[in-house]
Design a binder for this molecule. Structure first.
Ligand SMILES: [Cu+2]
Length: 288
């Protein structure tokens, strides 16, 4: 009897483990239906909040539906149930079913507020980058270092998406997800983004960082992230504010490097940009 009762619970556990395990096969499996855990402390914080609230909802759902189904089946008319028309008001019951949800909501609000405060805390940032949204691309300014570049959809993908281009999109790796110049940031560093836009409203979003912020012309929004030291690599995102015809074609790519690699890249890029901006000698000014 007990074994029979436990069978559905075991099945549920098996299904949920499929959903929530992020094992060796990160690119496949049921967990892809769930929110991702990301690569920053805050993104994991948000993930665990999401899971906490999810299980609270599951428990409430099971309790409420169990009572409902049980009462519908047990007290049905064919079994001779007679409606109780005298119980139209019961103060005790009303206090209980108001107080319990309030307590649940308050209990859920406490950890959520804690995380929100952390998200808004931009103190002690080590690197500030201004992000400007354009129709349709992103401009990145490394404010302390004078490095500035524009990041837009990778050219081959841009060509393939045009009607009648003759280019097969299947031949392009990371189709519509690559850019020419990715944002380069160091791992293990609190990076602050100052986000704005030059034309219409855009939004900068990289799911693995757990953060999304609107880019609004005339406003500067702030957000920050700190990628784990050991989570260097490429992370992708999208503009998430409907910003016109090519809204779907302004992806975000962030190249997270080790601190040393980042410094090398920053120096080289600053040097290259300085040289490009320097006045050309007369002999080469007319060339080409
Ligand atoms: Cu946009």
């Amino acid at each position: 009897m007990i074994r029979k009762a436990l069978a559905p619970i075991a099945a549920l556990a098996a299904v949920t483990s499929l959903f929530f395990s992020q094992g060796a096969h990160a690119e496949s499996g049921w967990h892809l239906l769930n929110m991702r855990q990301g690569v920053t402390a805050i993104s994991r914080e948000i993930y665990s909040l999401h899971m906490l609230i999810f299980w609270v909802c599951v428990v409430i759902g099971i309790v409420v539906f169990s009572v409902m189904i049980w009462s519908i089946v047990t007290f049905r008319k064919s079994k001779g149930a007679v409606p109780d028309t005298t119980m139209v008001h019961n103060t005790k019951v009303e206090i209980i079913w108001t107080a319990i949800p309030v307590a649940i909501l308050v209990a859920m609000a406490v950890p959520a507020a804690k995380t929100l405060v952390q998200i808004e805390d931009t103190r002690n940032t080590e690197l500030t980058i201004k992000v400007t949204g354009f129709q349709w691309g992103w401009q990145y300014d490394y404010l302390e270092n004078g490095v500035r570049f524009f990041s837009r959809l990778e050219r081959k993908a841009d060509a393939a998406r045009q009607l009648g281009s003759g280019v097969d999109p299947n031949t392009i790796p990371n189709y519509l997800l690559d850019v020419d110049n990715p944002l380069v940031v160091p791992a293990g560093t609190k990076v602050r983004l100052l986000i704005t836009a030059a034309d219409v409203i855009h939004a900068w979003w990289v799911p693995d960082f757990g953060m999304k912020k609107d880019a609004i012309p005339g406003f500067v929004n702030e957000m920050w992230f700190n990628v784990d030291e050991d989570k260097t690599g490429i992370y992708r995102g999208q503009c998430t504010e409907l910003c016109g015809r090519d809204h779907a074609f302004m992806p975000i790519v962030v190249d997270v490097r080790s601190k040393e690699d980042f410094q090398t890249w920053l120096k080289a890029t600053a040097e290259a940009q300085k040289q490009a901006a320097a006045p050309q000698p007369a002999a080469t000014a007319h060339a080409g």
